[in-house]
Design a protein around this ligand. Structure first.
Ligand code: AN7
Length: 383
């Protein structure tokens, strides 16, 4: 019988490109290896000739891309003897930290903005047995507290300022290049702290030899850490243009300065003081990309369109990448004939409340009788 080896997570798969050795105990839940889905209906609706893909990171073990970084961060924390990890979070980082800490048998402390994280994420942090500290403030205030407390208490920060997080997350770019046999022309991501857009750029740089976009400062991100195999790792000749989209009410990269009271329906990216500010500007410059903002209405519209027209359910923040890409495809900023990848960072089930609130699907309640169900079908048959 033909068989293939069991997939055991991204550290094992990309071991030679990650800072682990043979003795490292890997803390993994089988993260990574997510589907790259080609959209079939939306390009037609846009009336544009475009090869448009979504990288469905919501299919990671805890339902978001954070697992890629968390497997690395927790693996290294355990290797270094840490008994506890800590993070501030808009929800997904806390869910992921909680899960990987329980897997490792250590404690996770998670600081979340009181009342401002999606229900599914709160359920995850609670179910995995983390210590949940709700703060009467926003993510940025929580992040500041985490940085301060980590100087005094024996806890390892697992936010994306932990460099191992970005090392894990860069593997998403590897997967895309391997599947397409090239880098896409454009890679669009939602941006909060800007860790993920930075991580993707690290991955694309490691997998390219410069090509049409010469690398000026190769691997500045991992300089000095001694694990970058950039020079030996070139497998394709080009790198994508990186495009970051933010929610209009939380858009420091578009404003050009920090935002003190961020607001958006996309609570995952309700972040006004991005931790990877300098890195992300470097990514924008080196890749020739740009940042732009999407309104909450555009974000929710893209989320619904993706769910209704393609069968893919992502959370609101994730739809920001598609909302922005659709606009830039429409206005020609992203040229026809291009190959475009949009990262869908988190699963739609993370935030059922927002989904149900905006749904316009017929929700019928009937008596349990044949005539009533027949009537419901007749009245709602498409065409
Ligand atoms: C679904 O969980 O910051 O630009 O604390 O959950 O790398 O910050 C979440 C971020 C996009 C932004 N999409 O990524 C947290 C947190 C989703 C997210 C982002 C987040 P970065």
């Amino acid at each position: 019988m033909p068989f293939r080896p069991r997939y055991t997570g991204l550290i094992e798969r990309y071991r030679d490109r990650l800072p682990v050795n043979d003795d490292t105990r890997l803390i993994s839940l089988g993260e990574g290896n997510t589907p790259l889905i080609r959209l079939e209906n939306i390009p037609d609706l846009l009336g544009k000739d475009i090869e448009l893909y979504v990288k469905y990171e919501g299919l990671n073990p805890t339902g978001s891309f954070k697992d890629r970084g968390m497997t690395m961060a927790v693996t290294k924390a355990v290797e270094q003897g840490s008994q506890a990890i800590i993070c501030a979070s808009t929800g997904n980082t806390s869910a992921s930290a909680a899960a990987y800490a329980s897997r490792a048998g250590i404690t996770a402390f998670v600081l979340i903005p009181d009342g401002k994280i999606a229900q599914g994420k709160l359920a995850q942090a609670m179910m995995h047995g983390s210590v949940i500290i709700q703060i009467k403030g926003n993510f940025d205030e929580g992040m500041q507290l985490v940085k301060e407390v980590a100087e005094h208490a024996p806890v390892t920060i697992v936010n994306s300022i932990n460099p191992f997080r970005l090392q894990g997350q860069k593997t998403a770019a590897f997967e895309i290049v391997e599947e397409l046999g090239r880098a896409p022309d454009y890679h669009c991501l939602p941006v909060g702290n800007a860790g993920n857009i930075t991580a993707h750029w690290i991955g694309y740089c490691e997998y390219s030899n410069g090509g049409d976009k010469p690398i000026t400062e190769a691997c500045a991100f991992c300089a000095g850490e001694g694990h970058c195999r950039f020079a030996s790792g070139a497998i394709v000749s080009q790198r994508p243009t990186m495009v970051g989209y933010q929610a209009a009410g939380s858009a420091p990269f578009i404003q050009g300065s920090m935002v003190d009271n961020p607001e958006t329906v996309a609570t995952a990216i309700r972040i006004g003081h991005p931790q990877s500010w300098d890195y992300a500007w470097k990514v924008q410059k080196e890749s020739g990309g740009w940042f732009d903002a999407c309104s909450d209405e555009e974000i929710l519209k893209a989320q619904k369109m993706l769910a209704e027209k393609e069968g893919v359910f992502c959370e609101p923040a994730s739809a920001t990448s598609l909302a922005g890409a659709m606009r830039d495809i429409q206005n020609g900023k992203i040229a026809e004939g291009s190959t475009v990848v949009c990262t869908l960072t988190g699963h739609g089930l993370k935030d059922p409340d927002t989904a149900i609130k905006q749904s316009t699907s017929p929700l019928l309640t009937i008596e349990p009788r044949l005539d009533q169900v027949k009537k419901a079908i007749e009245e709602n048959m498409a065409g």
